[in-house]
Design a protein around this ligand. Structure first.
Ligand SMILES: [Zn+2]
Length: 178
């Protein structure tokens, strides 16, 4: 069945199926809000509620292409071919060039640089070229997709705590104080 789904996904160009970077499936405390212009205001990913030191996992299989600090935050970037996922703030447990699977631990969640201070949270991004995408699409929360629940049920993904309607409406009040 998984092979069938994978073939179907390729055929119709749907998003790759990834895993949540945090376990158990985290609460989304701030939604994706892509900037209208490259340097404009916005939120270039989603913030996932977590705790300091919690393992952070690669959402998709790929290769680590960046490990370092940006503006004081520890950042790991994993390439998946045409797209990249980003994870911050974390203390890396991988090195540039490492090959990872979906679910491989790539680091531990930090507090410094959290978008959710005083709480810890993971800022998770997904980028294609220079375009920021909504990483929740990787875990079946898809704004314009067919049968996300059907797919979640079959593959056994954790049930998201944010409803599709919340994501569609960009309704941060529904998922946190922001
Ligand atoms: Zn953020």
């Amino acid at each position: 069945m998984r092979l069938l789904i994978a073939a179907l996904a390729l055929a119709v160009g749907v998003d790759p199926t990834g895993v949540w970077p945090l376990l158990p499936a985290p609460e989304v405390v701030r939604a994706f809000d892509p900037p209208a212009e490259p340097w404009g205001p916005g939120h270039r990913g989603v913030d996932l509620d977590g705790r300091v030191g919690q393992p952070v996992r690669s959402a998709l299989p790929g290769r680590v292409v960046f490990v370092g600090r940006i503006a004081g935050r520890g950042v790991v970037v994993v390439s998946h071919g045409s797209t990249r996922t980003t994870y911050e703030p974390i203390t890396a447990r991988v090195e540039k060039g490492d090959v990872v699977s979906a679910g491989t631990t790539i680091g531990a969640l930090d507090l410094a640089g959290s978008h959710c201070l005083p709480r810890a949270c993971l800022h998770w991004g997904w980028i294609e070229g220079d375009t920021y995408l909504d990483p929740l699409r990787l875990v079946g929360l898809r704004p314009i997709r067919l049968l996300p629940l059907w797919q979640s049920a079959i593959i056994g993904l954790p049930k998201p705590r944010v409803t599709l309607a919340d994501v569609l409406a960009g309704r941060p009040a529904a998922v946190g104080p922001w």
